[in-house]
Design a protein around this ligand. Structure first.
Ligand SMILES: C[S@@+](CC[C@H](N)C(=O)[O-])C[C@H]1O[C@@H](n2cnc3c(N)ncnc32)[C@H](O)[C@@H]1O
Length: 214
């Protein structure tokens, strides 16, 4: 089915500027000749903030997303409804991606698999590989062991309730390479962010991968 696009200038939602690493992923996706189909694993959003898939939609991609948490899903879909933008985000768990093999040219998970246990992350990585077409690209980011500020999850948090996870999974510099055995790693970037978070100075350290399925 063809997606209905809003007429030019019909919506005034901002670009997804905080997801800067996804701009490099978008650039790399745009350099391939693959069909523009993309899946976001962990595609929910917060109140008033556009889901990152909107970036790809703006560049003509047919978008799909899965999100495990009801509230994050509702926020994302409220954005879609208000702006008449069909991003196609449904409830789903990336540990069992509800799509068939080799369906997508591009798959990403941004700031999302970090909430899961390492055992689950391994499952998710094989699911991402399963739904990607050969030569398709993926973007996945991990939290580094150099990320100092991560305490255990609250018992009421979605990660405890839905993922049975007690804390963020942290990876050493090369530890996550093992998930990409059947990929060619195109880019790997370690990012240190220092920022004020509700008046408190915090550090975050991510390791981002862009990889091509063999
Ligand atoms: C920090 S938010 C990031 C959301 C979005 N990617 C963004 O950057 O704005 C992480 C999201 O991943 C979702 N998530 C975590 N584990 C998931 C899983 N197993 N399946 C689907 N979604 C999941 C969470 O519910 C949450 O909405």
């Amino acid at each position: 089915m063809r997606q209905k696009r809003p007429k030019k200038g019909k919506f005034s939602a901002p670009e997804i500027m905080w997801t800067t690493p996804l701009y490099e992923f978008l650039r790399q996706c745009n350099t391939t000749r693959l069909k523009k189909t993309i899946l976001d694993c962990g595609a929910g959003s917060h109140a008033g903030i556009p889901p990152p898939l909107f970036l790809f939609y703006q560049y003509g991609y047919k978008t799909y997303g899965i999100e495990i948490e009801k509230k994050a899903l509702a926020h994302a879909n409220r954005f879609c409804k208000k702006n008449h933008i069909p991003l196609n985000i449904i409830r789903g768990d990336m540990r069992r991606i509800p799509f068939k093999n080799k369906l997508f040219s591009f798959v990403y998970s941004f700031n999302a698999i970090v909430f899961m246990t390492k055992a689950d992350i391994a499952v998710v990585m094989s699911e991402i590989q399963r739904v990607l077409k050969p030569h398709g690209l993926c973007f996945v980011n991990f939290l580094s062991v150099d990320d100092p500020d991560r305490g255990p999850f609250r018992r009421t948090s979605f990660a405890c309730r839905l993922l049975k996870s007690k804390r963020f999974s942290l990876h050493k510099d090369n530890e996550a390479d093992k998930y990409f055995r059947n990929f060619e790693i195109l880019r790997k970037e370690k990012r240190l962010i220092e920022k004020l978070w509700y008046g408190r100075k915090i550090k975050q350290v991510y390791i981002d991968y862009i990889a091509k399925k063999k």
